[in-house]
Design a protein around this ligand. Structure first.
Ligand code: UD1
Ligand code: CA
Length: 474
């Protein structure tokens, strides 16, 4: 095994600490499951470790273990349970140190902003300096409850927890970010030596530094970027971290040519792609796997989840789109709702207060106003009049399909009682309730006949006022 190590790049393992309760979050949810810009904190840390080359990722779970496991197990990690939260060193020990090889990253699961590039930079320094143990530090304005980095004559000496620190020590602004790198050998030797003789009677992982130095290991501090230090212990810190993630994403998109009018009021998750020359107005929220093409305009307050949007598409204000595909040059909204499995064809127009669910809406077709289309296949160049409804849900609690051919003209206030099929070029008269299939090129009208009763209202002159007398219909 040693031979292998010499020839190949060193194996990287990671231990992510995620067993703590997070009392100060004041929710029943495990702290590490709280999302930052849509992604649970622990999932972010896992991704950063994996992207930085960690092949063996171990998660220490405890509080709410079952739920944490459910979230992290699909990410190809191994979970280890820490039965009692006796401190960060005890947590690391729970991850079966004996089976570790190579370099080990140890990261607190509540530092959601760490990125793979941060880890890579630190690993490089660790390797270049031939270190055995390193703690990643940051200089911060408000060191608050962070562990303080104690140096003697400039050299790393130890870490002192805020709770155990003297007044003088608390003034130190170089802090422990909770990210460490160590060789597996150093960890295996040092961890069993850590004791809990401190104010909290906890096994502090931070003691690894002073013990490592005493044992003659090469130990140093690596200064990292301040965002690594952004730990989350409260809802306020969660909001700060989220704000940071959105800002960072907006900055990245702007440098790629996306026009974001007000980056502080734009909410774009990291997983989203946006093409250059697209304009994003304030209040837009883009989530998940959403991909937006080039030259699009996303007007204020659009909420778009897992959608595929082509080029030159206009999504007008206040629209809510979910798991839909909108093709080039189409326009949607204002105030439209596209529910899952909807496909809007090129140059199609979906107007205000239109809802679609599981609809294939053809090229250049229009549904301008106040319409519900569900489980429908609409051809090309179709005109759907205002107030059209596909009645897709029947009393048997099943869904039925409406098929409308190309170039059909649907007059306003039409209901289609599905299952139903309308042939191409057919015309549906306004106000129709269509219950039978309509052949191509024909006109269908299905509405009550208009009745006219003349002199229905009689007007009588009284002393001062006009009175209206309605004739009894019978
Ligand atoms: C810890 C560090 C502190 C550092 C800070 C950075 C120690 C003793 N202190 O303090 O120096 O500045 O992180 O944020 O390590 N956890 C477990 N099991 C436990 C205890 C904790 O898994 O028994 C996990 C928590 O879920 C959390 C992480 O370890 O993800 C850190 O624990 P936390 O209690 O938040 O430590 P801090 O007091 O913030
Ligand atoms: Ca913490």
């Amino acid at each position: 095994m040693l031979q292998k190590k010499d020839k190949e790049p060193q194996k990287i393992s990671a231990i992510i600490l995620a067993a703590g309760k997070g009392t100060r979050m004041s929710t029943p949810l495990a702290k590490v499951l709280h999302p930052v810009a849509g992604v649970p904190m622990v999932q972010r840390v896992i991704k950063a470790c994996k992207d930085a080359g960690a092949s063996d990722v171990r998660i220490v779970v405890g509080h709410n273990a079952q739920l944490v496991k459910t979230v992290v197990q699909p990410l190809a990690v191994t979970c280890f349970e820490q039965l009692k939260q006796l401190g960060t060193a005890d947590a690391v020990k729970s991850a079966h140190l004996d089976s570790l090889e190579g370099l080990v990253l140890i990261i607190n699961g509540d530092h959601p902003l760490i990125e793979s590039s941060d880890i890579e930079k630190c690993v490089k320094i660790f390797q270049d300096e031939n270190l055995d143990i390193a703690v990643v530090t940051a200089k911060v304005k408000d060191p608050g409850s962070f562990g303080r980095i104690i140096r003697q004559h400039g050299k790393l000496h130890s870490i002192v927890e805020a709770k155990d620190a003297s007044h003088e020590t608390l003034k130190i602004n170089e802090i422990n970010t909770g990210f460490y790198i160590a060789t597996s050998e150093a960890l295996q030797e040092i961890l069993p030596k850590i004791k809990n003789n401190n104010s909290q009677q906890e096994f502090y992982l931070t003691d690894m530094i002073s013990i490592g130095l005493e044992l003659g290991y090469k130990v140093n501090a690596i200064e990292g970027d301040a965002h690594i230090a952004m730990g989350v212990n409260t809802q306020e810190e969660l909001a700060k971290a989220t704000r940071f993630a959105f800002k960072r994403k907006a900055k990245e998109l702007m440098s790629d040519g996306v026009m974001i009018l007000d980056p502080t009021h734009t909410y774009i998750e990291e997983s989203v792609c946006v093409g250059p020359a697209s304009v994003i107005y304030p209040g837009v929220y883009l989530r998940g796997t959403t991909e937006i093409g080039s030259f699009c305009a996303l007007e204020p307050n659009c909420y778009i989840i897992d959608c595929e949007v082509g080029d030159s598409v206009q999504i007008k204000a206040g629209s809510y789109l979910e798991r839909s595909q909108i093709n080039d040059n189409a326009s949607v909204g204002p105030y439209a709702r596209l529910r899952p499995e909807t496909i809007i064809g090129e140059k199609a127009q979906v107007g205000n207060f239109v809802e679609m669910k599981k609809v294939k809406f053809g090229k250049e077709s229009k549904a301008g106003h106040l319409t519900y289309l569900g489980d429908a296949e609409i051809g090309e160049q179709v005109n759907i009049g205002c107030g059209t409804i596909t009645c897709n849900y029947a009393v048997d609690k099943k869904k039925y399909k409406t098929k409308i051919g190309d170039r059909v003209f649907v007059g306003s206030d039409t209901q289609f009682i599905a299952p139903i099929e309308i042939g191409s070029d057919a015309v549906i008269g306004s106000g129709s309730t269509i219950t039978k299939d309509v052949p191509a090129r024909s006109l269908a009208v299905a509405r009550g006949k208009q009745i006219i009763k003349e002199d229905y209202i009689k007007i009588e002159e009284s002393n001062s006022q006009e009175q209206l007398n309605v004739e009894n219909k019978k």
